[in-house]
Design a protein around this ligand. Structure first.
Ligand SMILES: [Fe+2]
Length: 254
């Protein structure tokens, strides 16, 4: 690298090797990062259809019955003093019931997946041409995916402020896709404001390090996906998004 002026060698060396690196970005401490990723635009009838099938109706559900779906009545229902209407459903994960997974531990889903990815058979619980599956498979092969979970919340639903427990320091490693999300939905991070999520947004969130809450103050169901995956596969997208984040600084100062 040539310089106009006589710059100390240590700086020349540092400049040569200085660029945004995935691990540094993921662990820099920010609660979320919006990604320059663009999932297919989905019709409302289609996304509402998935919510109806997975969360509202037992009969319209044509997902193959497994031990897992039998035991969990097809979705987790977490109604409590802390939440209302918050339901989850595994879209890609263990094919069969497994103790660690379904009885819950102090470990988070990501850590469990990493730990047991080879012990258990992991399968898609949606058909091969499902738009969620096909788009995620443009970025990750099945082997590079750890888990995909759908989360639904009806109008008026909420999840009180909490911090998800983990035994690890993950940083922003939870890939989050807002599939159906009308204005009035919020993902709040205490002391950081709301993540600027809109329908079709894809971002990385750190739900382990900071208290957060969600609320659906819209008139429609909300559907989001959380995805655990080998993020090194989309490193260029993450680094591009990181660099885009700073574009406001260019020429914006007086
Ligand atoms: Fe959470």
């Amino acid at each position: 690298m040539s310089t106009k002026h006589n710059i100390p060698k240590i700086i020349t060396q540092a400049r040569k090797h200085n660029h945004a690196e995935l691990d540094a970005v993921l662990h820099c401490g920010i609660p979320w990062m919006m990604l320059d990723l663009h999932p297919p635009k989905l019709a409302r009838e289609q996304t509402q259809g998935w919510i109806d099938q997975w969360f509202h109706s037992q009969t319209a559900d044509d997902t193959p019955e497994t031990e897992f779906t039998k035991l969990t009545h097809r979705s987790f229902e977490l109604d409590s003093d802390l939440s209302k209407g918050w339901k989850s459903r595994i879209i890609f994960g263990p094919a069969h019931w497994c103790e660690h997974w379904h009885l819950g531990t102090y470990e988070d889903e990501y850590t469990l997946s990493v730990k047991h990815r080879k012990d258990y058979e992991f399968v898609w619980l949606v058909e091969e041409d499902h738009p969620i599956r096909t788009w995620l498979n443009t970025m990750f092969t099945d082997d590079e995916l750890l888990n995909v979970t759908a989360w639904a919340m009806p109008p008026g639903g909420y999840l009180n402020p909490h911090q998800d427990s983990t035994t690890n320091r993950h940083g922003i490693n939870n890939l989050y896709w807002a599939v159906q999300w009308d204005p009035g939905n919020e993902f709040g991070f205490y002391r950081f404001g709301n993540a600027p999520i809109q329908e079709g947004s894809v971002c990385l969130i750190n739900n382990y390090s900071y208290p957060h809450w969600v609320v659906n103050d819209s008139d429609s169901d909300r559907l989001v996906l959380s995805i655990g995956a080998d993020l090194s596969r989309i490193e260029p997208d993450i680094i591009r998004s990181w660099n885009l984040m700073h574009s406001l600084g260019r020429g914006n100062n007086p």
